[in-house]
Structures are given as C-alpha cells and as structure tokens.
Design a protein around this ligand. Structure first.
Ligand code: FEO
Length: 167
C-alpha cells in the first residue's frame, strides 16, 4: 500500500471514530431530555459511523497495511438547543465529506485506483448523510421554537428521508 494513502486512510479511521463518538454523545443528550426519537436516530448514526470505521480498518489490514486504532477526544455534549444539535450533525458530515474528497484527490494523484474504487462507497454514503442532515436542519428551521413542533419532529424523525434518498 502506498504509505501516503495508508496514512490518509488511517486518518479517515480517526474521523469516523470521532463522528461515531459525537453521535453517541448527541444520542445521550437527546435521551436525557425526553427526545427518544432523536436519541434513536443518533444511536443508529453512531453505529453506522462505527461500521464506516471498521470497513476502513479491514480494508487496510487485508492489503498488508497496518490499521491504527486512535484515541478519541471527548465529544461535545454542551448543546443549547435542538438546532445546535443538528447544526453540529451537519458540520460533522461536511467535515467528513471534505476529508473523503481529499483521499479521492490523493488517490488520483498517486494513481491508486484500487483505493479510489473502494472510496466510492464512502462518497455515495456521504451524499446521503449530508442530505439527511440538511433535510432535518431545514425542518427544524421551519419549526423554530415551537414546542409542539419539536414534539412532532422527535416523534417522526425516523420516518424522514432526504429528497435524494426518497423515490
Ligand atoms: Fe462516515 Fe457520516 O461519516
């Protein structure tokens, strides 16, 4: 494996682990405030990010590289509102997308088409996740401070789909 690419993939493991921890922290925030639907949503998101991380770990090791499991900093848990919670979700997804785009760019530069091909799954996944994060934030902007709106948002969150995913 090209060392520069291996390093980038190991960096990506760290970003996915960070996202997984962040979403678990967001699930806790929601769970302890009575937002059970939102908590379920973030528990699931956290698990998905862990899958993203493990997929990278296996890919590196199967190609005779060395996957490095990182320490993860304490995630944020000081959200002041649902809006802030979901703004953080979108920011996190945008950050991961930017990093994935950089891996793709470096793969092309180093002519590593094998990793480039593997990373396409992440590109598609990010498209979906960013779209979901935007959709949810847009809905919250419409709801504003309306408490019954928050109640319905929490009740229905796991049925919402981003436009790109819906058929
Ligand atoms: Fe795997 Fe949503 O970043």
């Amino acid at each position: 494996m090209i060392p520069e690419i291996e390093q980038l993939l190991n960096d990506q493991i760290k970003y996915e682990a960070k996202a997984s921890a962040q979403y678990l922290s967001m699930a806790c925030w929601a769970d302890t405030r009575g937002y059970n639907g939102i908590a379920d949503f973030f528990y699931t998101q956290s698990e998905e990010e862990r899958v993203h991380m493990t997929k990278l770990v296996k890919f590196i090791n199967e190609r005779s590289g060395n996957a490095v499991i990182p320490a993860v900093d304490k995630p944020r848990d000081d959200f002041k509102s649902l809006m802030e919670l979901f703004e953080t979700f979108l920011e996190s997804e945008e950050f991961v997308t930017e990093k994935i785009n950089n891996v793709i760019y470096e793969c092309l530069k180093h002519k590593d088409y094998n990793v480039h091909n593997f990373m396409q799954w992440y590109v598609a996944e990010q498209l979906e996740e960013e779209a979901t994060a935007r959709t949810l934030l847009d809905k919250l902007k419409i709801i504003g401070d309306d408490k019954s709106g928050h109640y319905l948002f929490d009740r229905d969150i796991n049925t919402f789909q981003a436009p790109e995913q819906a058929n």
